[in-house]
Write a protein that binds this ligand. Structure first.
Ligand code: SF4
Ligand code: SF4
Length: 283
């Protein structure tokens, strides 16, 4: 099995385009699973008819304070690394959106005033796109600040019998991205040929290098004029897998929720060749 994560330093660079098209092309001859870990804004499902067959809530344990037992000693506030608790004259208040459910406050409470109850922060949905393409997505509830737990739960459903797993990671370089790419065999770094694209790419490269995951670059909306990505590729030795041109046809297909590899057959071959290169680099 080969587990490939699709990353980009920021949103809107074409990460979803690459993830959906790669998964679909490979599913023509391999068993593939596509997982959408961009839990704040999952959108890969817009490109396929999906038969969803399973849904579960993602819960964390939320501390609940028994005011009759609490002596307002402040130990729980001190131990909370996430600033999720404050002490005030009326007792202890917990900010749900900041609480990570780590349980540290309960452990230090000298009077056992803290109980824990499940609180839903999102959900996982699983289904099938075709007999050779399975699908899963994580969805973070609106207002929640961290998708890490949703991503962790989603990755529990990695299909070990698949030949290839494609994960559409969240944009950026923060904790949810790290959680998404943990344990991956390969990362595709999607960028745009602009100075901003290069700057975001450099940050993404720092993360994958730190995690020692082999990677390569795809330049999306490629156009002549800015050669900073090529220079960076030469300096770092991170190869450019592909250049997807700035094309009205591709942009229109995307906006209509269609896969350009399905509508423009030559791109199927290009994505197949790309996968052959990935297999070599990932070894
Ligand atoms: S540690 Fe326990 S007793 Fe102390 S303030 Fe927190 S809840 Fe109250
Ligand atoms: S469970 Fe962890 S994050 Fe939540 S309030 Fe307690 S110490 Fe803070």
């Amino acid at each position: 099995m080969l587990k490939i994560a699709i990353l980009s330093g920021k949103g809107g660079t074409g990460k979803t385009t690459v993830a959906t098209n790669l998964a679909w092309v490979l599913s023509k001859h391999l068993k593939v699973q596509l997982l959408d870990a961009d839990v704040e804004e999952p959108d890969t499902h817009l490109f396929f008819p999906i038969r969803f067959s399973y849904e579960e809530s993602v819960n964390i344990l939320k501390p609940v304070i028994d005011k009759d037992v609490c002596i307002n000693c402040g130990e729980c506030v001190k131990v909370c690394q996430f600033g999720a608790m404050i002490s005030f004259s009326g007792g202890i208040y917990v900010f749900d959106s900041l609480c990570k459910g780590c349980g540290a406050c309960k452990m230090v409470c000298p009077t056992n005033a803290i109980d824990e109850v499940p609180r839903s922060i999102g959900k996982i949905r699983l289904g099938d796109i075709s007999s050779s393409l399975k699908y899963g997505m994580g969805i973070l509830n609106i207002g929640e600040l961290s998708g890490v737990e949703v991503i962790r739960q989603l990755k529990r459903y990695i299909d070990e019998s698949a030949d290839v797993v494609v994960i559409d990671a969240p944009p950026g370089t923060s904790c949810p991205v790290v959680e998404s790419i943990r344990g991956m065999d390969f990362t595709i770094l999607v960028t745009e040929p602009t100075p901003f694209g290069l700057s975001d790419l450099k940050m993404a490269v720092e993360v994958v290098r730190e995690m020692e995951i082999p990677s390569a670059i795809i330049v999306n909306r490629y156009d002549v004029g800015f050669d900073g990505i090529e220079e960076f590729s030469k300096q770092t030795g991170i190869p450019i897998l592909n250049r997807i041109p700035f094309s009205k046809e591709i942009a229109t297909l995307y906006s209509e929720g269609r896969l350009f590899t399905r509508d423009i057959p030559k791109w199927r071959m290009i994505f197949e060749e790309m996968f052959d290169k990935i297999k070599v680099i990932a070894k």
